[in-house]
Design a protein around this ligand. Structure first.
Ligand code: CA
Ligand code: CA
Length: 290
């Protein structure tokens, strides 16, 4: 049985997997320096036969294998974080019921899907562009709870809590008219263990390594109450979002185009309401005339 975080391919997750990431990085260091790699044959055989191990080394899912992944796996082992088994964002379109959708899947170190008792998940939507705040604030949450708006901090957007929708999956669905080619998303995972020590808080904030147009130059003060802890901390400026999503479609236009909202009704029936981000217009019944 394959285990999450099993970087060395022995079908279990333990301290040896953290050590294996270090071995891998040392090998890569030798390669970069043009030196012989002592474990090259062993590693190449492992990655060929068990390709998921190479994938598992990128534990924080930022697309790169670095020392941050060792830290991340060590924190998973201590239940300060959980394994990330899914992390993606999809733009407004028929496939997402016309919402901008963000999914985060978590399992514990023992391969058990996380839930509200041991994980709270937040998504930070942020851009360094003042007009983004109003666009974000005018959106409607089909799934998720607004925790704070970035206002007066030099940063624009906000933080939304992603509710657990089952099976270790946490989801935000935002109905919106934001028309942006790069919306920066960062994921914040809070656990009962991570709120116990202020030093763990920067690790709760899962950011990416790649620079993008959605990079944030200013500090990001966050107050995200979770597990009865005020959990206030500042993420310092100069960070990059973990995910960048393009969203160019308007949710209302999408709802009308995909039939979630009705636009015109046959004679004898009528529109029940208007098609907005938070409400649908549907043709209903008759006017009572026979
Ligand atoms: Ca292992
Ligand atoms: Ca990584």
């Amino acid at each position: 049985m394959k285990s999450h975080g099993d970087t060395n391919g022995d079908c279990k997750f333990d301290a040896n997997d953290v050590n294996f990431v270090l071995q891998y990085l040392v090998e890569e260091g030798f390669a970069a320096a043009g030196s012989p790699r002592p474990n090259r044959a062993v590693m190449e055989r492992l990655f060929a036969q068990e390709p998921q191990t190479l994938h598992a080394i990128d534990a924080n899912r930022d697309g790169q294998r670095t020392t941050l992944d060792m830290v991340f796996l060590n924190y998973v082992k201590r239940e300060i974080l959980h394994h990330v088994v899914r992390i993606d964002a999809a733009p407004v379109g028929p496939a997402t019921n016309c919402s901008l959708e963000v999914n985060v899947g978590l399992v514990t170190k023992d391969d058990i899907p996380a839930g509200p008792a041991n994980a709270r998940v937040f998504v930070n939507f942020a851009l360094d562009d003042e007009t983004f705040l109003e666009e974000f604030a005018n959106s409607s949450l089909a799934e998720g709870r607004l925790v704070l708006l970035h206002n007066g901090t030099g940063l624009f957007g906000g933080v939304v809590e992603a509710p657990h929708v089952g099976g270790g999956l946490f989801r935000v669905r935002l109905l919106t008219a934001m028309s942006r080619s790069e919306i920066g998303l960062s994921i914040i995972v809070v656990t009962p263990e991570s709120v116990k020590n202020a030093g763990y808080r920067p690790m709760q904030f899962v950011q990416g390594m790649m620079s993008s147009a959605a990079s944030i130059a200013v500090d990001l003060p966050l107050s995200i109450p979770a597990f009865d802890d005020p959990n206030e901390f500042t993420v310092f400026g100069g960070f990059n979002p973990l995910l960048v999503v393009e969203s160019l479609n308007d949710s209302v236009v999408c709802k009308l185009d995909s039939g979630i909202c009705d636009e015109e009704c046959a004679i004898g029936s009528f529109l029940s309401g208007s098609c907005t981000y938070s409400t649908n217009s549907l043709c209903q019944g008759s006017l009572g005339l026979r």
